[in-house]
Design a protein around this ligand. Sequence first.
Ligand code: SF4
Length: 494
Amino acid sequence: MTHTHAGPPGPEETALAAATTPEPGIVTCDACPVLCRIRAGKTGACDRYGNVDGRLTRMDPLTVLTRAPDAVRFAGDDWDGNPIAAKDVFVTAIGAGTTYPDYKPAPFIVGSEIDGVDMVTVVSEGIFSYCGLKVKIDTDRHLGAETAAVRARGEIVGHVTTAEYGSQMFSLGGVHHLTGGSKKEGVVACETMLSLSNGDAVELAVDGGASVRVQSGAAPVVDGVPEQRMRVGCGSATIGIFASQWLGHADEVIVVDDHITGVLTEHQAGRFLDMCPAGIRVRGRRSTPGRYFQVANPGLGWGGTDVVDPLAIIEKIDQKIAWPGLRLLMVSTTGEHSAWFVLDDALRPQPASMPPAIANAVARIGENCEPALCTVLFMAGAGGSLRAGATENPVLLTRAVQRGRARVTSGGAPVYVWPGGGITFMVDVATLPANAFGSVPTPALVAPIEFSLPLADYAALGGHIGLVRRVADVLAQSKPRGVLLPKGVAFPIG
Ligand code: SF4
């Protein structure tokens, strides 16, 4: 191992040095139940802690968020102690260390004055067995049936869950995959979650479905094909949006969609425009006029169906209503698939060259689609022992969070805390600084978590008041890594 740590130990290292065993040159890490015995110059099983000059040391630098990059210097510079910096710097839990199962206070309990109010932030890297990812994949392509198993490297790491508007959803990880199956399943589930949480790409395969490459902030790649567009809406919505633009250029428009296939002249929008019925009936189950469910099977073709030839979804053409020369547009909900037909004398649709006005209308659908992305939310429960690192009476912290008196952040990023019991939170991994997540071999994920609240409230809930350290002291002693607060993201406290 090559380590870059230099300089005198900070207080956290000094505290951790108490874990040194009598065995010469070996330190025992007590930051998680694995209790690694680490030889000089080596790191423990998770690479998060190492033996540096006989001291147990967190190997990654503490990360602080700053909204005023000029106010402080970081990463080993001597900080000049400028007190203005306190309100501009937020100490995150990234690199802070762990005290699981929290029989000791959190690694950092930081005091600062924000807008005239004394605040405290309790900072810790939580170890989460109860954690998972909710992955939103912007595509209409059929990735697999709901509840189908999702695999990474052959191991089941999650399942397909309820689809959302324009997106397929996966639920990955969770305690049952981490600890309830084989050891290999747990390891792969943990590694999959860690990679996705830190913004890396992962190949996933759905049983009976597609393979998909998922990466936070990037387009999904389905069976090797990068997804381009998120649909503008379902087939019915697409008709509602664009009906007036088709009027006068087409006699019928059928928008092929796995959810609702729309038929313009039957649809309320077509009637509103006084369009004549075209007599073209599509397959599937009619929901309401001009809106059809299940015109085909789900798949990777037109509009998330298995349709390759759009005419396959036409059940019949009414000889009494349709007419020779009738102009028919068939299009998908992203505009990626489109075809133009004109009925011949026998009322059979014949492919024809698409008029410019229709080509423009199809392009308009594509223009209105948002780029297809993958979004990864990390979800975990912090309502357990982690609270003991903050207070001797943990339920009071839970109540403070539930009442909005204590704010929860993850690496400084805003989180959503679920209503009800516990402290179950979700955070978009894209809003955290790089490499904010880690893991331990139990297996479990390590994620940063901070609780910020007024000092008076912290005292009232039995907080470890005697261990509150000024931001200035933390900066001076910990040689942190400074990360600029992303534009548009609110400062975590205040
Ligand atoms: S796995 Fe990591 S945190 Fe756990 S004891 Fe080993 S070095 Fe420490």
